[in-house]
Design a protein around this ligand. Structure first.
Ligand code: GRF
Length: 203
């Protein structure tokens, strides 16, 4: 039985595409049962539609409050009965109901080496600081901003002539490979978290 994955996106969806491509092989151990977004008209949703995957949009502005949006998103995702929820460039913080419902089953990828440079400008902040290496981090989502237990990290160099776009693009190549490899392992092997330390394998 392959694991059921719901992916949430807000943008171009290249990480989603990498997961769609990987999961086309049954031996990957996971299949994407739905793709959700917090906005419409994005390439991430178009990628899902082209792959024949059900999609949904839940905009914060369509809910009466952030709490209501949290509840709506939670119920919508829950209807797909996911084993794992992957935030792949999802530019909203999920709420407490969502995290309680899918405890330890929500993962996110951040384009920096956590705990450095959390937030929405990881590549730009790394460049401005002048670090010589940066990368991407896959982590289990908790209530903080990019603070959850770390599943995997991947490192890329910062080149002298980088701007934010070239650096982010280099990070994203490594990030997609990291995401595909580790989501597959989570699906096939399970994950155990003890005192922030994450290892593959069921408890
Ligand atoms: C990724 O680098 C992700 O970590 C960041 O935004 C980017 C999303 O890229 N939050 P895509 O939409 O998967 O192409």
């Amino acid at each position: 039985m392959s694991a059921r994955i719901v992916v949430l996106v807000s943008g171009s969806g290249t990480n989603l595409q990498a997961l769609i491509d990987a999961s086309a092989n049954p031996s990957y151990g996971a299949r994407i049962v739905a793709v959700g977004a917090d906005r419409d008209g994005i390439e991430g949703l178009a990628r899902a539609e082209r792959a024949g995957i059900p999609t949904f949009v839940r905009k914060v502005g369509q809910s009466s409050s952030r709490e209501h949006w949290d509840l709506t998103l939670t119920d919508t995702v829950a209807a797909f009965e996911p084993d794992l929820v992957v935030l792949a460039g999802f530019m909203k913080l999920v709420g407490p109901k969502f995290l309680t419902r899918f405890a330890d089953r929500v993962v996110n990828t951040h384009p920096a080496l956590c705990p450095s440079f959390p937030g929405t400008n990881g590549p730009g902040d790394a460049l401005a600081y002048g670090v010589k290496v940066t990368g991407a981090t896959l982590f289990v989502v908790d209530a903080g901003i990019d603070t959850g237990p770390i599943i995997a990290q991947t490192v890329v160099p910062v080149e002298d002539d980088d701007d934010v776009a070239t650096l982010h693009e280099r990070i994203k190549v490594a990030e997609r490979a990291m995401l595909v490899e580790n989501v597959g392992r989570m699906a096939r092997e399970g994950l155990t978290i003890a005192d922030r330390r994450v290892r593959f394998g069921r408890p």
